[in-house]
Write a protein that binds this ligand. Structure first.
Ligand SMILES: [Zn+2]
Length: 628
């Protein structure tokens, strides 16, 4: 095929960038998305702009490509537009404290061996350039590239994902190919979530939902089994891939990858499917995108990076809870199921119902069930927000007083009726000894401590709840179970917490309990899912918050310093290493003979059986074959 299979549509935004490929060899004119940011006013300059010290003082190279500039010009853009984009991205890198250098594609062979090279928005490259890039990485170079890199030759001939594939193993997805992401109003709309246990999310540890500005179709890829995406396209709830794309087709988890990292020979690469303007054009989350780019650069600059597991001994977690309210006696069915499968579950109980004489015997029976943690769903289950302080105290502290009498140890959890929470509620919850709240959908995956009440953990709700399933969606049981499994897999793949929240009068009622039974059965067959109760979750997140690690390098020697600032020991701690898979740890030692350290080369992780309270542990190891 000699006709160019791509075209450009004149952009209506500042930075341009409507580089669009037609799929299936058609000259289909893609609709330019008239998407504008939330506000058309220029955003106010951010005073507390994100900045961390740069991890390298060496320059970051940005490749310029003549064929790409010509391709832009050929497609109705100005010749300068391509260069303007590269300069724009270089400017962004500058704001992070790095220096940059432009390098023409013809001069790649002059790059230092371990340089960092950025190939930004560069669709057209000669085969010679592609080979030069490959051998640069092969020999130890560090590459960032994106979007439609090398999708065409110097004449504009469409070649598909061959260049991306050669370096990464990713292939353009055949089912969906390039996709327009849009919301119900047809506006460009894509949320992405960086995985927590990824070297790229070093400065975005909470699994924030990032809104990506898009004027173009974005390539979807099939991720080979040897790779895992670092960033995935997500829905607003972060529990599934986005819904409502082209032709009402839904994206599968395996197709939702948006960025990856890996090795090619001795060097490493980061590839993302999103265009460069996505890093700058969301002015509301400007700092978050800077954090993302800083993480990418840090990964490329350092030979090895490390990260503590988000849940200490686990990469992801599952939290199952019941709002124990109407049809109160169904509580026992939920409790029995937890016992049968030995899954720790949490019951948010309406205190007034618990103390009814007819429920007393049942409450006492369930209190003996070691798999059920009691927590509060307020005193009366009526609206709390907007009421007097005395009323709020009774609904929060008051409910604890009642429920503590039933529980074997003081309750710690609260779930606000109607998922409504205000400052006054938070204050009295913290004061009366509550430590965690199961809230509504937040914009992050990982539980976070409240900004005003630093001892109160807010657990975001990610899973679809039983009310939505049964009332809004009206799905059949198997359909619901399939969706629950899908969500549990998706959220835990991002190292978040999948929260399944049910009700006594919905999933615990009548034959609906079979949905729970089927889901519990599935979980029991997949021990990689760790089910966790509220108190244990609070404890792990609190411990993780006061743990840190640092990795220093001296030649082949590495020193990992693990600091535990908690006033309790941390047991069974895992730390993930991000290194060349060919590199092996050949010897190691630890500066405390009471600690057992295990290094797993195939999993690339470090295990410590304990880190004593208020202490620092140093682990020394040697990495052989670091460069493949
Ligand atoms: Zn409720």
């Amino acid at each position: 095929m000699s006709t160019p299979q791509m075209m450009l549509i004149k952009p209506r935004d500042r930075y341009g960038a409507s580089l669009i490929f037609s799929i299936l060899g058609l000259f289909a004119l893609m609709m330019y998305i008239l998407f504008k940011l939330q506000s058309s006013e220029p955003a106010p300059s951010h005073k507390n702009s994100f900045i961390v010290p740069p991890v390298t003082h060496k320059p970051i190279y940005l490749m310029t490509s003549k064929p790409s500039a010509l391709l832009y010009a050929k497609s109705g853009h100005s010749l300068e537009e391509y260069t303007a984009k590269i300069k724009q991205f270089a400017k962004l890198i500058h704001t992070l404290g790095y220096t940059t250098k432009m390098i023409p594609s013809s001069e790649l062979s002059s790059l230092p061996n371990d340089a960092i090279l950025f190939i930004v928005d560069t669709p057209a490259m000669t085969q010679k350039t592609k080979n030069a890039v490959k051998s640069f990485v092969q020999n130890g170079g560090n590459l960032f590239f994106n979007f439609t890199a090398g999708y065409s030759d110097e004449n504009g001939k469409y070649l598909g994902s061959t260049f991306v594939h050669a370096l990464t193993g990713l292939s353009l997805n055949k089912r969906l190919g390039f996709v327009t992401f849009k919301d119900e109003k047809g506006n460009g709309s894509l949320f992405v979530t960086p995985k927590l246990l990824s070297p790229l999310s070093l400065y975005l540890p909470e699994g924030k939902n990032l809104f990506v500005v898009l004027y173009d179709k974005v390539p979807l890829y099939d991720t080979p089994a040897t790779l895992q995406p670092d960033i995935m396209a997500t829905s607003f709830s972060q529990a599934t891939p986005p819904v409502g794309i082209d032709a009402a087709k839904s994206i599968r988890q395996q197709e939702a990858g948006m960025a990856w990292h890996g090795y090619y020979g001795k060097g490493k690469w980061v590839y993302t499917a999103i265009p460069s303007y996505s890093f700058t054009d969301n002015r509301e989350q400007e700092d978050d995108f800077k954090k993302l780019l800083s993480g990418i650069i840090a990964y490329l600059a350092k030979p090895v990076s490390a990260k503590i597991y988000p849940f200490i001994d686990n990469k992801g977690a599952i939290f199952i809870s019941e709002d124990t309210e109407y049809k109160f006696t169904n509580f026992e069915r939920f409790a029995d199921l937890a016992k049968e499968y030995r899954f720790p579950v949490t019951a948010f109980i309406v205190a007034n119902l618990a103390q009814k004489p007819e429920h007393k015997a049942m409450m006492q029976r369930i209190a003996q069930n070691p798999y059920v943690e009691f927590a509060s769903h307020s005193t009366s289950h009526k609206q709390i927000v907007g009421k007097s302080e005395a009323y709020i105290i009774n609904e929060t502290a008051g409910s604890k007083k009642i429920l503590d009498k039933f529980a074997s140890s003081p309750i710690q959890g609260f779930r606000p009726p109607r998922e409504e929470l205000n400052d006054l509620m938070r204050k009295h919850l913290a004061q009366s000894g509550f430590t965690y709240i199961l809230g509504a959908t937040e914009e992050h995956l990982y539980p976070e401590f409240d900004k005003k009440e630093p001892n109160l953990l807010i657990i975001p709700r990610h899973g679809t709840d039983d009310f939505s399933y049964l009332v809004n969606l009206d799905w059949d049981q198997d359909q619901i179970v399939r969706q629950m499994i899908r969500e549990a897999n998706f959220v835990t793949a991002l190292n978040g917490i999948y929260t399944l929240s049910i009700h006594t009068h919905l999933f615990a009622y009548s034959t609906n309990i079979n949905i729970m039974k089927k889901f519990f059965h599935y979980l029991s067959q997949h021990p990689e899912f760790k089910i966790i109760g509220g108190k244990a979750l609070y404890q792990k997140v609190r411990l993780a918050k006061h743990l840190s690690q640092k990795l220093e390098q001296k030649g082949k020697q590495y020193i990992m310093t693990v600091t535990n600032d908690n006033d309790t020991a941390v047991n069974d701690l895992y730390i993930q290493l991000f290194k060349n898979p060919k590199a092996k740890i050949t010897s190691g030692s630890v500066n405390n003979k009471n600690i057992t350290v295990k290094i797993n080369n195939s999993q690339s992780n470090v295990f410590l059986n304990t880190v004593p309270a208020k202490s620092t542990v140093k682990i020394y190891f040697t990495l052989e074959n670091m460069k493949g």
